[in-house]
Ligand binder design. Sequence first.
Ligand code: DI6
Ligand code: FE
Length: 401
Amino acid sequence: MRCDRIWRNARLATLAPDQPGLGIIESGLIAACDRRILYAGPEAEAPAFDAPERTNCEERWITPGLIDCHTHLVYGANRAHEFELRLAGASYEEIARAGGGILSTMAATRAASEAELVESALLRLDALLAEGLTTIEVKSGYGLARDAEMRQLRAARQLAAHRRVEVTTSFLGAHALPPEAGGDKDAYIGLICDKMLPAIAEAGLADAVDAFCESIAFSPAQTALVFEAAGRLGLPVKLHADQFSNLHGAALAARYGALSADHLEYTDEAGAAAMAGAGTVAVLLPGAFYFTRETRKPPVEAFRKHGTRMALATDCNPGSSPLTSLLLAMNFGATLFRLTVEECLAGVTREAARALGRFDSIGTLQAGKFCDLAIWDIERPAELVYGMGFNPLHARVWRGE
Ligand code: DI6
Ligand code: FE
């Protein structure tokens, strides 16, 4: 059988949902044709492939390429100075209420050109790519006005022209209230629904719509208005939910059939159950938990009990999670939230794909999906979760190359 390339003599963690655990195949082979996986399975059962390129993996492990399903990768400047304030005792919420936080990044992002935003985001993207990332979600939310939000989303889309990676974008206009709104959150939400979102949808700049539902940000009722506007435009929704308090954001997200609800430290069991029922993925962000020195953990036991799917992501952002490592996110997930190795690996592959609504085409090693692979110099998959700062990536394959 003709194909473009094969990788043989490999150990596969396919993450196929119909297989137990990691879907391990010892002595595996992957064949790629036209950017997609033609075969992923035991070498002994593989058809005889006629491939111009053949790679002997020498028993290395292959996982699906890693997916970071929640980032704020594109922004101006950084917030190292606020980190110093926090070290001196200020809290994340205090800094935000005093006009720092998201609004200081908003000012720097508005002041940056699209090219500057691309350039600084590429540095962070490269750190993620070096660990086998093949798909990344990038949110807006630091422009907080139509043109600045559109520039941020265009910069995010531009990343895919500079690197071999898939970028999905989420419009997060409802991230914080910009100063020109004069304290009127309802009016700003109206602007999002009536002006910003339609223009962004029209320009094809957003694959999903996100909001920050929190006392320091927007109420459940305001969030619902954004979700309804997204629904009218046919865009799926996601939510920053229950990060610092329980506003029942998880249940709200489930009610709107959200792809995911993210953070979830303060989510209750009813919220976990509602998410499971709606197929809304719980995206856990242990980097933000760690960096803000949060002590309340997301209800992992309730997620397990109700069968809520769990993904893991970096939340890469300048304020609450300046993290550019999915490997470290997995280690944090295991150490801080007590996730298993299997949950961590599924969380940055299969479940992350679901959180982006992309499970049909990425996230597992299965025929028909895009051939996005990470090839690792490890003896066992647990090493990917166990290490802290060590990167065992041997090679990254995106769309078969
Ligand atoms: N929750 C977060 O952790 C980030 N955004 C959000 O809604 C923080 C963003 C920032 O501090 O810049
Ligand atoms: Fe976030």
